[in-house]
Design a binder for this molecule. Sequence first.
Ligand SMILES: [Zn+2]
Length: 303
Amino acid sequence: VTASVSGTGLRDRLLGARILLPTSSAGVYGYGRDFVRTFDAVDRFVNQAGSVDLPELMRFPAVMSRSDLERTDYLRSFPDLLGAISAFTGDNESHAELLMNLDAAHDWSHVFGPTELVLVPAACYPIYGTIEGRLPPEGRLFEVLGTCFRHEPSADPGRMVMFHQHEFVKLSTADGALAFRDYWLERAHGLMSGLGLEVESVVANDPFFGRAGRMLAANQRDEALKFEIVAPINDREHGTAIVSCNWHRDHLTSRFGIDSADGEVANSACVGFGIERIVLALFAAHGLNLEDWPSDVRVALDL
Ligand SMILES: [Zn+2]
């Protein structure tokens, strides 16, 4: 029988086994050997599954321009999660002030000012700014592995502040985008349960900020725009989202001026695999020792 680890003890057991490595920031970890091996295996597994549809491959750095981010409306919905990059642009005088504060162990951040860069909050966002012209009749399909930042420091290893999303993104007509979302909802469920995870598909909503945000969240749920595939990581009762399947309608495409072949504003949909969370769900389900994992899971992941 494989030891199943969950609850608040999972974090401590992963740290104890050097699968996760501690840092001085909540929600920030280093990855030890077995985390890296599993991360690479899961990422390869996801990539192979999506490659059959011949997506266009794209990669972006973990930063994007403020102006592109503004077009996504992220600031209206999730101001509390965004990370904006500041940098030192001062003169000798402010450097002296910085050093004085540093030596006195005082806060030095006030001599840093805003830059044009923010941290990418969702792996698919940087794609939209690269699309030019009308889409072909069949739409376009992209594959992207991105590093995402969300400022929600937590002791729950399932809620890291920086993590990787492996996404497949469809830009097409409304029908095409919805069909893509539904195709992946079923497919991703099968892929994850094939790894021995106790998964469930649930209608979900994004964590919109504030009073107006509660309305947006309710609408998103009512219209079933977002589904999540959840699996046990820390909370056996509710599960944690390991994959999300989203139909954005024309929310992003309209702001980036992307039209489908029929001349209408295009729609978009994406499926995002949270690689770290899938890795954590695997450790929670199969135990901390990779050699003890069920052989069909190890074969599927080529571990
Ligand atoms: Zn996405």
